[in-house]
Design a protein around this ligand. Structure first.
Ligand SMILES: *[C@@H]1O[C@H](CO)[C@@H](O)[C@H](O)[C@H]1NC(C)=O
Ligand SMILES: *[C@@H]1O[C@H](CO)[C@@H](O)[C@H](O)[C@H]1NC(C)=O
Ligand SMILES: *[C@@H]1O[C@H](CO)[C@@H](O)[C@H](O)[C@H]1NC(C)=O
Ligand SMILES: *[C@@H]1O[C@H](CO)[C@@H](O)[C@H](O)[C@H]1NC(C)=O
Ligand SMILES: *[C@@H]1O[C@H](CO)[C@@H](O)[C@H](O)[C@H]1NC(C)=O
Ligand SMILES: *[C@@H]1O[C@H](CO)[C@@H](O)[C@H](O)[C@H]1NC(C)=O
Ligand SMILES: *[C@@H]1O[C@H](CO)[C@@H](O)[C@H](O)[C@H]1NC(C)=O
Ligand SMILES: *[C@@H]1O[C@H](CO)[C@@H](O)[C@H](O)[C@H]1NC(C)=O
Length: 909
């Protein structure tokens, strides 16, 4: 959230300075007087029940005390009812009735904003004891949607700052916790009254920890077209630089608010001379199922170099129905800039959709014009939470240092919250933007200095300061220098996890272990050899300076080269926060530094939480951990290597490959390695305590074997050596590894009974990650032709996966889990309502299975699809019904899968 205060102030400023027009006045009709005249309305009175405790990002697990009583939906307002609760006076929560802060209705929309607060809690005292964890709490609110007239209305429902709600008996999980407003559900509402129950969850990162802890939410209904329509943010395309497009990739977000599935046939320029863009390379077009919001990529071309806008016609038809083609016209005004200004470039995220970044090429008169064909590094500036990169305060933050000897890139991380806080999804976007620069150079015919895409100076503010730590600790061989500003060390250090529901320490360890890769305070040794400049405002009440002070101390103890500048009297943000004198000097010095990158290091240590998101350091890459629930560690002194919890590693040339290395007191002959045949790296593998070189040949035959296995049908019996399905690369990590997809997600499900959840998964992936997903009804893996990761949604029987002897099986009987010792444990009845677990697919793809014994169990499992950071989903989770109120303690089995897809010892089974 990093930026919430600023954003709030800006919003207030914009509100105060908005032009007051006749239109604006006309829209403001108080609901109470005119409600019967409008087809849409929300009730002005709301029944509220709370407060109850909730831990940081815990709500995803359930942990709702009212579920113990059958859920809020089963309770009716009762002024005298009392509910036990850990935070209010007398330990009792009660019903109350509040008036919406504002309700507004027009002919095509209605909204209601609620502001809930509790004086029955001594917040200040609780905060003294539990800190910011204390001002996060939960409650429920019940209101009504009133549909006038006598027609069924197709509407979309925005749910700002809301994670979960019910409309009558239909449950919606995911909501819009950060007010992205990208993927609202489509509802078909009959005339009359519909009950809406909203779960209120307070989050300090989103709403702040200093002021009165109110929960402010907004529900907003908008009439939908009932067919294919343009969704926000509409068209994404590059800026026009010096009369030509900066990049050709364009994208339009479309929503199907009708009741039948729609297929996009093509996207065609309305200019007759321009080329049409056939969507997708497959024979089939892009299908947008009823209710789905989906981005569609197309190639943009300018009608002429002096055009001021583009216009495209989208041709579509109802799926599987012979009928006329329909058309939707979209247009977009062009933004024209000089190629030297920060401007928008578009490119493909590995998830298959188009993303953007702001690029500032090296200045025309930068004093460092390379004498020979040198290349310049990239200065990355990562933005704070709640901001778009094309916002001037991001893209123009470095205008006062126009003459840097570098490229400057302001990535988005895909969303204002940078996907998953600049981690798997967000950082993949940074790397895609970086790797696009050479294409930009070709495309616009740039004649200035070239780019070194492997040499980065990373900086960023707030959430972007945290992203800078992520880059530093996870890509140490790319980072020439780093300047994290006002960032947090880890989400647990930002807002403590104290008030989660009580749980067994082994379960705590699994949740915490699932977040290992994002605890920068544990990874500071990875910064050895890299210059770091830290800066933080002394009185920052948004991200406390404690975060930077802690990392400064840990950096010192790790023997790194770092400086910490604390700015007296400064808060979180001010105009020139990214261009203080220290920072300007640092940018200038580090962009012109002649250090060789990657650095060749003699002595260093390397800490790895998840090999799937970790680059090499000093030419050494950890490829597998023994127990993925714990950190792995490597200590290097010359050619003596000490490891802990490491199962295999890879040495690249700049490690300094010699004849022999000593690893864990064993001498290993490197000459065994066949480094010819193109491969310049050596893989070392530990088997039963003995380290051995794995030759390039072995590697090849192994992957050949895997390919063979992969191409065989799924019911094949495996035995002996051939049963090997090794978990590797992008498959490693926790459930968030599903985000390392190559290509759009594929959501496969069973039909009408699973359609609601399939749609919810697609909505959440688009809402929180701007991701693209294809929804398919199929049992067979063979029907799934895309390259993306698969999310399988199932009630009753789980469709077969690639691994025939997978340790986790789910079906009408419940769930069985084969633990590390081969013992089979079966969970049934209330202990196995639902389950979520990863399974392997070929080519390093993954499948995430969401299973429920019935529809309600499935909706429990579907909560665990990664959306918010900090939830801590491990590789597999079996959910009992009790998780609804007990949270993680209500999961009878959860934990990790190792490099052979076996359940680890550290799991709870
Ligand atoms: C305090 O809690 C007790 C037990 O839950 C209840 O009987 C009593 O009515 C409550 N008192 C007030 C003032 O709410
Ligand atoms: C509520 O709706 C009205 C009318 O469309 C609009 O002017 C107003 O901005 C909306 N309020 C919020 C908080 O979005
Ligand atoms: C909600 O329930 C009411 C009363 O039973 C009914 O009239 C209405 O159609 C329901 N709405 C939806 C969306 O199911
Ligand atoms: C249309 O495509 C052709 C072939 O790819 C290309 O030569 C031509 O320049 C394109 N026209 C426009 C207006 O982009
Ligand atoms: C866009 O153009 C490129 C290069 O001409 C082509 O490979 C790609 O398939 C096109 N994409 C779409 C969506 O039309
Ligand atoms: C483009 O600009 C014109 C004139 O400024 C404006 O009327 C129009 O609404 C804009 N169109 C879009 C799609 O933004
Ligand atoms: C070139 O340098 C001058 C003086 O430093 C500066 O005012 C001007 O903006 C620079 N021009 C460009 C294109 O960077
Ligand atoms: C260096 O750049 C010049 C001018 O751009 C070019 O003619 C020459 O081929 C380049 N030399 C090398 C070795 O890349």
């Amino acid at each position: 959230m990093a930026f919430w205060l600023w954003v709030l102030l800006a919003a207030i400023y914009m509100f105060l300075t908005r032009p007051i027009t006749a239109n604006n006045e006309r829209a403001m009709v108080p609901l109470m007087n005119r409600q019967e005249n409008y087809p849409f309305a929300f009730s002005t009175s709301w029944q509220v029940l709370g407060p109850f405790q909730i831990g940081t990002r815990e709500a995803t697990w359930g942990s709702d005390p009212l579920e113990f009583l059958g859920g809020f939906r089963a309770l009716e307002y009762d002024q005298n009812a009392q509910f036990r609760s850990s935070i209010p006076v007398n330990g009792t929560a009660k019903w109350s009735v509040i008036q919406a802060k504002q309700t507004t209705s027009t002919a095509t929309s209605a909204n209601a904003s609620l502001s809930v607060s509790y004086s029955s809690v001594d917040w200040d005292f609780l905060k003294l004891v539990y800190g910011w964890a204390a001002v996060q709490y939960q409650a429920w609110a019940r209101g009504e949607i009133i549909i006038g007239g006598n027609e069924i209305q197709h509407v979309i429902l925005y749910t700002d700052w809301i994670l979960e709600f019910w409309v009558n008996d239909t449950h919606y999980f995911g909501g819009d916790f950060f007010t992205f407003r990208k993927a609202p559900p489509v509802l078909y509402l009959t005339p009359g009254t519909h009950r809406i129950d909203i779960r209120l969850v307070r989050d300090v990162r989103a709403l702040g920890g200093i002021n009165n802890p109110t929960i402010d939410v907004l529900v907003d209904l908008q009439k939908a077209s009932g067919t294919l329509e343009l969704a926000k943010p509409g068209i994404l395309m590059s800026d026009v630089v010096d009369g030509r497009l900066a990049s050709p990739a364009g994208s339009v977000v479309l929503r199907n608010s009708g009741e039948g599935d729609v297929e996009i046939v093509h996207v065609q320029s309305s200019d007759r001379n321009a080329n049409s863009s056939v969507v997708h390379n497959a024979a089939k077009g892009v299908v947008i199922v009823a209710g789905q919001t989906r981005p569609v990529a197309f190639n943009v071309s300018l009608p002429s170099s002096n055009s001021s806008s583009i216009s495209y016609i989208i041709t579509y038809k109802l799926l599987n129905i012979e009928g006329p083609l329909s058309k939707l016209t979209i247009s977009q005004n062009l933004t024209k800039v000089s190629s030297y200004d920060p401007h928008k470039i578009t490119y493909f995220h590995p998830g298959g959709m188009v993303s953007y970044a702001m690029l500032r090429p090296p200045a025309r008169n930068a004093t460092c014009k390379p004498a020979h064909n040198a290349t310049l590094p990239i200065l990355l500036q990562l933005h704070g939470a709640g901001l778009e990169a094309d916002n001037g305060i991001v893209a123009h933050a470095l205008d006062s240092v126009p003459d840097l000897c570098s490229w400057v890139l302001f990535p988005t991380g895909v969303t204002p919250w940078s996907g998953d806080d600049w981690h798997n999804w967000g950082f993949a976007d940074v790397e895609a933007a970086i790797n696009f620069i050479p294409s930009w150079i070709n495309f616009v015919g740039w004649e200035g200095p070239n780019v070194d895409v492997n040499r980065w100076i990373v900086s960023g503010h707030s959430n972007g300061g945290q992203g800078t730590w992520y880059a530093l600790t996870h890509r140490p061989d790319r980072v020439a220098a780093a300047a994290p500003v006002s960032g947090y060390a880890s989400i647990q250090k930002y807002v403590p996890y104290e008030l989660w529901q009580p749980m067994d320490p082994r379960r705590t360890a699994i949740i915490s272990g699932s977040l290992n890769s994002y605890r920068h305070e544990m990874l500071m040794e990875n910064a050895q050899g890299i210059p770091v400049l830290q800066q933080h405002g002394e009185i920052d009440d948004n991200v406390p300076a404690y975060n930077s002070r802690l990392l400064s101390q840990v950096l010192f103890q790790a023997g790194t080269n770092s400086n910490y500048y604390e700015l007296p009297g400064q808060n979180h943000w001010f105009d020139t926060v990214m261009t203080t004198d220290h920072l300007k000097d640092f940018y200038r010095a580090q962009t012109t530094s002649t250090d060789q990158i990657p650095r060749r290091l003699q002595n260093f240590s390397f800490v790895v939480a998840d090999p799937g998101d970790m680059g090499p350091k000093g030419g050494l890459r950890v490829t597998h951990l023994e127990d993925p629930g714990r950190y792995g560690r490597v200590q290097v002194i010359g050619h003596v290597v000490q490891t802990s919890n490491v199962q295999s590693l890879e040495l690249e040339t700049q490690f300094g490959l010699t004849n022999t290395i000593t690893i864990d007191e064993q001498d290993v002959e490197m000459s065994q390695a066949n480094t010819s045949g193109g491969s310049s790296s050596i893989t070392l593998l530990k088997t039963e305590g003995v380290w051995k070189v794995r030759s390039a040949n072995q590697e090849r035959s192994c992957s050949l074997l895997t390919n063979q296995v992969d191409s065989l049908s799924a019911d094949r019996e495996y035995s002996g050596e051939n049963s090997v399905l090794r978990r590797r690369g992008r498959q490693l990590g926790t459930m968030t590894a599903i985000l390392r997809t190559r290509g759009p997600f594929i959501i496969r499900h069973q039909g009408p009974q699973t359609a609601h959840i399939a749609l919810q998964v697609s909505r959440n992936l688009h809402q929180y990650f701007s991701a693209e997903a294809e929804i398919l009804v199929t049992e067979s893996l063979e029907d799934i032709s895309g390259s993306g990761n698969v999310i399988s949604v199932a009630i009753g029987e789980v469709p077969p996966g690639l691994h025939p002897d997978f340790p986790i099986q789910a079906g009408a009987f419940g769930v069985s889990v084969r633990d590390g010792s081969g013992r089979l444990q079966t969970f049934g009845g209330h202990l196995a309502a639902g389950a979520a677990f990863l399974r392997p697919l070929d080519d390093e793809r993954l499948e995430l299975v969401l299973w429920g014994v019935n529809a309600s169990g499935l909706s429990q499992a579907a909560r665990l699809v990664p959306t918010l950071t900090g939830v801590g989903q491990p590789d597999f989770v079996v959910l009992g019904e009790g998780a609804r109120w007990r949270g993680v303690e209500g999961a009878p089995a959860l934990g990790f899968l190792d490099h052979m897809w076996s359940v680890t010892w550290s799991s709870v089974v």
